[in-house]
Design a protein around this ligand. Structure first.
Ligand code: 15L
Length: 265
């Protein structure tokens, strides 16, 4: 995998991967709607909107592996989620197929499975339980990944990313945190691992309190190094509300909530 494209390269994870993977591949194309400055001769910043299919065709041309981060990284109104996370992700996979890209690493989210009760440990086979429209868009991306792997032979990894932060900030993040260096290493392993068909992984550090089983990570040689426990004394201890505390998705579950928490098992 020598020619790599990162979409959403100006976002928080994108900037970290840009710096962390700089100089590693002969071509690192960096796509975003925002401007990006190259920091190495092998880098190729391009301005592109995911919802524009022709632009996606141009951006994915000549690429071996795409790390697809672009999209809205939080809950949003349907008219924001639809073009960015649904249409944009479809455009990305379809452009990848037409351009014979070999691999796509899709940034999914823990919010694809956010409504599982915290008493349950999750693994790659845990059923979809989206906690937001945003979470639904991530399930859609995971399903597209499966479709393009099975039907078109694309190699696909989906990463249900937890809380990407410099350090964990609250009690929930003591289990969901992924550190910048673990994120770079996870992306690197997904890009460089020898052939795989479809992988579902959690993007999480080696947190003592993690409730996500990440067995398949070993298949691509990923071994997280950081543990949120080292920051346990410093995090914000303000208690989360009842709904946020009951489910893996935390505060995302409580947004616009009008259901019966006891009915969610
Ligand atoms: C996500 O998917 C979001 O992109 C991020 O901003 C965090 O809120 C994270 O999940 C989380 O669950 O903490």
């Amino acid at each position: 995998m020598t020619r790599v494209l990162i979409t959403g390269a100006a976002g928080a994870i994108g900037r970290t991967l840009h710096a962390g993977l700089a100089g590693r591949y002969p071509l690192l194309r960096l796509a975003d709607v925002r401007e990006i400055a190259a920091i190495g001769a092998e880098q190729q910043p391009v301005r592109a909107d995911l919802a524009d299919f022709d632009a996606m065709l141009r951006v994915t041309d000549g690429i071996d592996c795409i790390v697809h981060l672009a999209g809205v990284p939080r809950e949003g109104a349907w008219d924001v989620i639809l073009p960015n996370n649904i249409i944009g992700t479809y455009n990305l996979f379809e452009a990848a197929r037409l351009n014979r890209v070999r691999r796509v690493v899709f940034a999914s989210s823990n919010h694809a499975v956010g409504f599982h009760p915290v008493s349950r440990r999750l693994d790659p086979d845990s059923l979809p339980r989206p906690d937001t429209r945003y979470g639904v868009s991530k399930i859609f991306g995971e399903a597209l990944g499966r479709l393009y792997a099975d039907k078109h032979g694309l190699s696909v990894a989906c990463l249900r990313i937890g809380s990407f932060r410099e350090r964990p900030e609250d009690e929930r993040q003591l289990s969901t945190w992924i550190s910048p260096r673990d994120m770079v290493e996870l992306a690197r392993c997904c890009i460089e691992a020898p052939e795989y068909h479809f992988l579902m992984l959690y993007g999480v550090s080696a947190n003592t309190r993690s409730r996500w089983d990440n067995g398949d990570a070993a298949l691509i040689g990923f071994c997280a190094l950081d543990d949120a426990e080292a920051y346990a004394a410093d995090v914000n201890r303000e208690p989360a509300g009842d709904v946020a505390a009951r489910f893996h998705g935390g505060g995302f579950c409580a947004l616009e909530f009008s259901g019966d928490p006891d009915a969610i098992v």
